[in-house]
Write a protein that binds this ligand. Structure first.
Ligand SMILES: [Fe+2]
Length: 110
């Protein structure tokens, strides 16, 4: 988990650097309807173990969605530098969602 958190922060810095290098300003974070709607499906009042499995599956879906979006971007953007950057992020996100799924499966066995 710590490795994923470190990687996410590195990605954030990389994105921030690219935004600045290209002369753009970093905007305010906007609410993500997909995330908010998905969060509503999280079970409440369940055992600690079930709640943890839900959180892991929630995280896995968020990461898988990112992976899918980076795939579409890397396949379609004309800028080669960005295409490679998005491809690298896609691979990283694939590692994240599979890690969360693995943790959820292991929790389900407890
Ligand atoms: Fe991620």
């Amino acid at each position: 988990m710590l490795e994923i958190a470190k990687e996410e922060m590195e990605h954030f810095k990389m994105v921030h650097d690219i935004i600045l290098q290209r002369g753009y300003k970093f905007g305010r974070e906007e609410k993500d309807d997909y995330v908010n709607e998905l969060f509503k499906f999280m079970r409440r009042g369940e055992s600690h173990a079930l709640s943890r499995v839900d959180r892991l599956l929630f995280a896995a879906m968020i990461e898988a969605r990112s992976c899918e979006r980076f795939k579409v971007l890397s396949d379609n953007v004309k800028d080669e530098e960005l295409a490679k950057f998005y491809r690298d992020l896609m691979e990283s996100e694939a590692g994240h969602y599979t890690t969360f799924l693995k943790f959820a499966k292991n929790m389900g066995r407890c």
